[in-house]
Ligand binder design. Sequence first.
Ligand SMILES: *Cc1c(COP(=O)(O)O)cnc(C)c1O
Length: 380
Amino acid sequence: MNYGFETLAIHAGQDPDPRTGAVVPPIYQTSTYAQDAVGAPRLGYEYSRSGNPTRDALQECLAAIEGGRVGLAFASGLAAEDALIRTVCAPGDHVIIPDDAYGGTYRLFAKVAQRWGLTFTAAKISHPDAVRAAVRPGQTKIIWVETPTNPLLGIADIAALAGIAHETGALLAVDNTFASPYLQQPLGLGADVVIHSTTKYLGGHSDVVGGALITADAGLGAELAYHQNAMGAINGPFDGWLTLRGIKTLGVRMDRHCDNAERIAEYLTSHSAVAQVLYPGLSEHPGHETAAKQMRRYGGMISFRAAGGEAAALRICERTRLFVLAESLGGVESLIEHPGRMTHASVAGSALEVPADLVRLSVGIETADDLLADLEQALG
Ligand SMILES: *Cc1c(COP(=O)(O)O)cnc(C)c1O
């Protein structure tokens, strides 16, 4: 199929239901399936941990929109990460992670995987030389990157890191949650596997938690699928249905997220209450050129440092009216949060600690003027 992104988002895996003609894939809310004879399930479905038609529709769509061959949907982004780590790594192996990784990803490595025998190095993934220096040949199994990173909006050069990973026999895994496949397609740049928290832009409406792994490598895809079933952290049918429904509008939503974020980033840049704006779309952002090379646009996430320190950052977070004070991101509604005390509290005291004056915005798709007016009153 040579269809464009939006066509795939709406149709891939979503042919009308063969039995009823339903245009939208039904929610197959069933745990098990009748068999015509012993060991002869009708369409290959035996038990919904192993396979479910609603999940299959989502998985096929995820693979198509990321340009992969195998898509797998999990109960959450972290469940997807756990499945990836335990499929690819064994005790004694080593992984490189971003030195400003999502707090939950860091916690998974530091508090769970490490206890289980995995070692990791937090490296500056915006500097390919730093990543190369952190590789332990033969022991490093995954170079794990987020780009843009959460919450500092750092940019990693996916093609350059794929080169380093493949020279050293490691896999390049890219957490594409912040960009979404509409803005960035890591597999096409050489990544081996893409990770998503579908909770964010793919679901897009702050009403469902889910995760995904996508790969273009059929062998790796089969191993991951085996572990998805063996470990069991699958995406449920209703959650999968909500996520598929969200994906249909991903392209139009992302364009509006980007329009609004570009305006807000410009506005914040010239505000005296703001010390620094972190947005890859700004020409002064250190990752701007790399982002321009590998992203369609720059996304809906903006972080900024308050000029008045932590107290000022907290005050701004508590004063907005339209921007809801809440964790998470990627929904149609705008959110504001203080990473140091909220999403990234789990990295406090570690090398990944985030600045106390940092504020993170998930810019929604409301009327841009209303969002600007809300920030104006909150910063004033
Ligand atoms: C939210 C998030 C995750 C974790 O996903 P959950 O669905 O919350 O488990 C992983 N990576 C990034 C970049 C995220 O923002």
